[in-house]
Design a protein around this ligand. Structure first.
Ligand code: GLV
Length: 321
């Protein structure tokens, strides 16, 4: 019997065409996510769903959609939008799309680091606002990158790819925090695993690559920013919830740190009234790290593979633990 699925947004045809061909599927056609009520309405009675990180999948969702559901295939590597323990308890498999966005995300981390260190937002605004008067010997002076110290918080795939770029490209010395030692990274990059407080105190650049969980929620709080150098640049391409944004705003506006580059915020989009939006030393992108042709196509292929395997009781290509 044809399986029913709901796909919560248009995703690249590299995956969607196969889902369309092999299932009875409804694809949410709007640019904005479906509301929780509409999500449930469409997913009710389905065998599988393809979700985005903006879709909350929790006990209430599972209760409402019914026991038919076999798989939640998340079109993302992160899965903090899904209550995985609750899914496991009900025998629903959860899939994600790792590896294929590692390089694109590391590229954005480096891009944000360059932009924030070299005050590119201020430079761009200066041109757009028609305030560019002349070449200024004392203007827009930023931070050097060469041979400085990089602190990676979370030395997984994306943390390593970011560290590699900055170590081999700019000769940075690499410090990191990680749940377990990474001897292969220590050897390859001459990196050193340190305590969080040492990383904060020693690093010229701090780049976040940890997942969001109860231990990492708001780990970048007022106390953490106080321990950083006043020349430090803070980069987050992981999840907005890792940062206490009021504390970040305070650190940026009082000169406790030099600048920040964020691809993720909490919530997303960042509210119009958020004071971070107005900070000229804060470069903010609308969560675009995986937005390249090959990453998004490959994510769609994996999301389709995970979905089609899950609804047919086969092992997923990438199942989250
Ligand atoms: C994006 O943030 C992802 O988790 O894929």
């Amino acid at each position: 019997m044809t399986k029913r699925v709901f796909v919560t947004r248009q995703i690249p045809v590299a995956g969607l065409d196969r889902i369309r061909a092999e299932t009875d599927c409804v694809v949410w056609p709007e640019r904005l996510p479906p509301s929780p009520e509409i999500l449930i309405e469409n997913a009710r009675g389905c065998d599988g769903v393809v979700t985005l990180l903006s879709d909350r999948i929790d006990a209430a969702f599972f209760d409402a959609v019914g026991p038919q559901l076999k798989v939640v295939s998340n079109f993302a590597v992160g899965y903090n939008n899904i209550d995985v323990a609750e899914a496991n308890r009900r025998g629903v498999k959860v899939g994600n799309t790792p590896d294929v966005l590692t390089d694109s995300t590391a590229d954005i981390a480096v891009g944000l680091l360059l932009a924030a260190a070299r005050r590119m937002r201020e430079g761009l605004e200066n041109v757009v606002q028609k305030e560019w008067l002349t070449w200024e010997p004392m203007g827009f002076i930023g931070q050097d990158l060469k041979a400085r110290t990089l602190g990676i918080v979370g030395m997984g795939r994306i943390g390593q790819a970011t560290a590699r770029r900055l170590h081999f490209g700019w000769g940075m010395k690499v410090l990191y925090t990680s749940r377990s030692p990474r001897p292969e990274v220590d050897r390859e990059l001459g990196a050193t695993r340190v305590e969080f407080s040492e990383l904060l105190a020693q690093s010229d650049f701090v780049s976040v690559h940890t997942d969001l969980n109860p231990q990492t929620t708001h780990m970048f709080n007022a106390d953490a920013f106080r321990q950083m150098k006043d020349t430090a640049v803070f980069i987050n391409t992981a999840r907005g919830g890792v940062v206490d944004q009021d504390a970040l705003h305070e650190a940026l506006s009082t000169g406790q740190i030099f600048s920040a580059g964020l691809d993720v915020t909490d919530p997303e989009p960042l509210p119009d009234a958020s004071p971070l939006r107005a900070m000229s030393n804060c470069v903010i992108l609308p969560h675009i790290a995986s937005a390249t042709v090959s990453s998004r196509n490959a994510m769609a292929e994996i999301a389709a593979d995970n979905l089609l395997a899950g609804i047919s009781d086969r092992p997923l290509r990438h199942q989250v633990p």
